[in-house]
Ligand binder design. Structure first.
Ligand code: GDP
Ligand code: GDP
Length: 436
């Protein structure tokens, strides 16, 4: 089920993104230089007291050229829609402002749990400055300092107290997937075509999060799927729905809950920055990936059209070289019958375990073809490899010195592992570890 979600709201410059960065669990960045994934983040996951949660920085959801007050108002509405617990950030330096009062009123009416964080309380002498914020009517203000990392634990304690306790049992035999892509690439059409084609049992079940509606169906071969709802598929008529940041945030939330991502591109319009952001996030999150090039019926085909388009995708998404590409049409249903099987295959590959003996044979053969690198007269020595996790498959390689495992050599080993086993559609991770 969906993680409990915290949203951070407040007017500009109170310190929302500073606090967001303190709260967000750092994910090891595997893709260096994936635009927008590490910089300029608005969505992340974290953990506190053993509880996993998602956190949204609504201040990063830029709503175009709306007037200032409207922007913050809409950000507060997004928080109410998306979150279980809201942190309202205000600043001890400026005291209570009109904008603070407006947001507090909106949040108060929502009946959502609100934690009032008074930021920029950088030293104990400033603690007295928090009392005026009782006037906002949101209960006890919590003194914090985002830049010094003070008081963050207190607001997280409070947030966790307000998480609803029910943790639903996950059924591992059900494959969860979502369709991700820009507006108008054909996500809803693909869903309809897919559901129609497979003669499936469709049922809409209310998710725990408001407005999130997952579709469950069973394919003819008996495999059960859950399709996770994303923005742009079911329009809710909100003003911010079509803004880029909002749809990226919704996509990230869907990715978090999915096993396999179908990234839909448009044969007509090619690849955009937004696609890369979302794909990079899915890759880092270790999700299975299938690239669908939709509206293939509209493309004038010449001898090399398909090959050229495939090459363009490979160039743009180099780190996704494991993702199968399918050229489809929601209108003619071309190749759509292959899709459920492909999703199932990718899911199996994500869950595959390689026996250590076989794995070590592959690694030793790899070292024989391409000797380990040396650095300042020292050679990388590989002692042993073992798979430590699935979803995504993760391999620990015991070595003499971690630093000697250069990116290019790790990449070479990954390719050798991929050549030996079928990991199509799933990222795999290679972690060098010094043998003690
Ligand atoms: P946002 O617009 O609400 O996301 O605010 P930012 O996180 O970008 O912070 C706005 C400014 O306040 C930046 O210059 C931060 O360095 C500063 N700031 C953030 N937290 C603190 C704090 O705890 N104490 C002080 N003195 N400055 C802070
Ligand atoms: P979404 O915003 O990604 O859900 O996109 P829609 O499914 O609403 O599709 C946007 C438009 O593209 C609609 O007018 C569809 O009829 C059209 N469309 C979707 N898929 C195809 C396709 O495979 N071929 C053609 N020719 N049109 C398509």
């Amino acid at each position: 089920m969906a993680n409990p979600t915290i949203a951070i709201v407040g007017r500009p410059n109170v310190g929302k993104s500073t606090i967001f960065n303190r709260i967000a669990g750092e994910r090891i960045s595997i893709v260096e230089d994936t635009p927008g994934v590490t910089r300029d983040r608005i969505y992340a996951t974290g953990e506190w007291l053993g509880r996993e949660f998602s956190v949204i920085d609504t201040g990063g959801i830029d709503l175009g050229d709306e007037p200032f007050m409207d922007q913050i108002k809409h950000q507060a509405e997004i928080a109410i829609d998306e979150a279980d617990v809201i942190i309202l950030v205000v600043s001890a330096r400026e005291g209570v402002t009109d904008a603070d009062e407006m947001v507090a009123r909106i949040l108060y009416k929502s009946n959502k749990p609100v934690i009032l964080a008074v930021n920029k309380v950088d030293n104990p002498e400033m603690r007295a400055d928090i009392y005026e914020f009782y006037a906002l009517g949101l209960g006890d203000p919590f003194p914090v300092s985002g830049s010094h990392g003070l008081g963050i634990g207190d607001i997280l304690d409070e947030a966790v107290k307000n998480f609803t306790t029910e943790i639903e049992e996950e059924d591992d035999s059900v494959i969860k997937f979502s369709l991700i892509g820009r507006p108008n690439v054909g996500k809803s059409s693909l869903i309809n075509a897919l559901l129609g084609e497979e003669r499936v049992i469709v049922s809409d079940v209310e998710g725990t999060t408001r407005d999130a509606i997952d579709t469950h169906f069973v394919a003819e071969n008996g495999q059960a799927f859950t399709m996770i709802d994303t923005a742009g598929m079911r329009k809710r008529g909100k003003v911010y729905e079509n803004t880029e940041k909002y749809s990226v945030m919704r996509a990230m939330r869907a990715i978090e809950r999915s096993d396999v991502i179908l990234m839909v591109l448009n044969a007509h319009e090619g690849i955009r920055e937004q696609d890369k952001k979302v794909a990079g996030y899915a890759h880092e999150a270790g999700k299975g990936m299938i690239i669908l090039v939709n509206k293939w019926d509209l493309v004038e085909k010449e001898t090399n059209t398909l090959r050229d388009f495939e090459q363009e995708i490979r160039d743009e998404f180099q780190y996704l070289d494991y993702a199968p590409i399918l050229f489809v049409s929601a209108v003619t249903k071309q190749r759509l019958n292959k899709l459920p099987e492909l999703i199932e295959e990718v899911s199996m590959n994500q869950n595959m375990r390689v026996p250590s003996a076989l794995l070590n044979d592959v690694i030793m053969d790899a070292v024989a073809i391409n000797p380990t690198p040396t650095d300042k007269g020292k050679r990388l020595k590989i002692f042993y490899a073992t798979q430590v996790a699935v979803k995504p498959p993760t391999f620990v390689i015991f070595v003499n010195e971690e630093e000697l495992m250069h990116f290019s050599y790790a990449r070479f080993l990954e390719n050798q592992i991929r050549n030996a086993f079928t990991f199509e559609g799933t990222p795999i991770r290679i972690i060098p570890r010094r043998r003690k």
